[in-house]
Design a protein around this ligand. Structure first.
Ligand code: T5A
Length: 207
């Protein structure tokens, strides 16, 4: 049996990942393809509890190391419990964020360092790498305007502001220069135009 394809979406907060992920789900449904959709942090009972701790704006005393290890703990859980079993059954996995988020947010923007985040990413995932990653690249100001229409306000990480999001963006773009699997997509376009590019890249992979 062929392994499923592992597809991840990345980018700064509000870059449009969920919108593209939903368009991809509709496309997979039309084609009768088997898939699951998961998100990070979260996607398991344990992971969703960790997500609540990580995003709670009352947890403003959380240290950078504690934050990093919590993201990796949630990742270890979802990789072993959900992602690897699905891929080995031949089911495609679409993931809203994966370890590139840790490289960009904790490794680069929080200055924890690529050596440490690479090491923990590898350990948490048993060296499971996405087949393709879509990095939705956008200016933080535009992403902020898009997010401001949402209910619920800013979470603990979004509250770190636009200069933080700018650092995260730099971290992602630096990563994309060395990782061939990362396709950088200009996310400041209509959703349909973005999706067209994503769809083409995925069918190239499956042909
Ligand atoms: N994090 C996560 C880390 O720091 N380290 C890690 O290792 C991991 C895994 C998770 C937070 O945790 C951090 C990163 C995050 O801060 P999240 O749930 O992934 O949080 O949060 P966000 O990235 O903020 O996700 P959102 O759901 O808020 O944003 P999306 O999914 O990027 O954006 P989306 O699609 O909801 O769109 C936002 C708005 O823009 C509109 C949409 O309609 C929506 O209103 N929109 C567009 N408007 C115009 N043109 C387009 N092309 C549009 N696409 C979407």
């Amino acid at each position: 049996m062929n392994k499923g394809i592992f597809i991840t979406f990345e980018g700064i907060d509000g870059c449009g990942k969920s919108t593209q992920l939903n368009l991809l789900k509709e496309e997979f449904d039309r084609r009768g393809m088997e898939y699951i959709v998961v998100r990070e942090p979260g996607g398991t009972v344990v992971g969703e509890k960790i997500r609540t701790i990580l995003l709670d704006k009352n947890n403003d005393s959380m240290t950078r190391m504690a934050e990093l290890l919590l993201f990796e703990a949630a990742r270890a859980q979802i990789t072993e419990e959900v992602i690897l079993p699905a891929l080995s059954r031949g089911v495609n996995v679409i993931c809203d964020r994966f370890y590139d988020s840790t490289s960009a947010y904790q490794g680069y923007a929080n200055k924890m360092g690529r050596d440490l985040t690479d090491f923990l990413n590898l350990k948490a995932t048993n060296d499971t790498s996405p087949d393709i990653t879509f990095l939705l690249d956008i200016d933080p100001q535009t992403a902020f305007k898009r997010r401001s229409g949402r209910d619920g306000g800013e979470d603990r990480i979004e509250l770190q502001g636009l200069s933080y999001q700018e650092k995260v963006r730099e971290g992602y773009l630096e990563l994309a220069r060395t990782e061939e699997r990362i396709a950088v997509i200009d996310a400041d376009q209509p959703a349909d135009a973005i999706f067209e590019q994503i769809r083409n890249r995925i069918w190239d992979l499956t042909d």
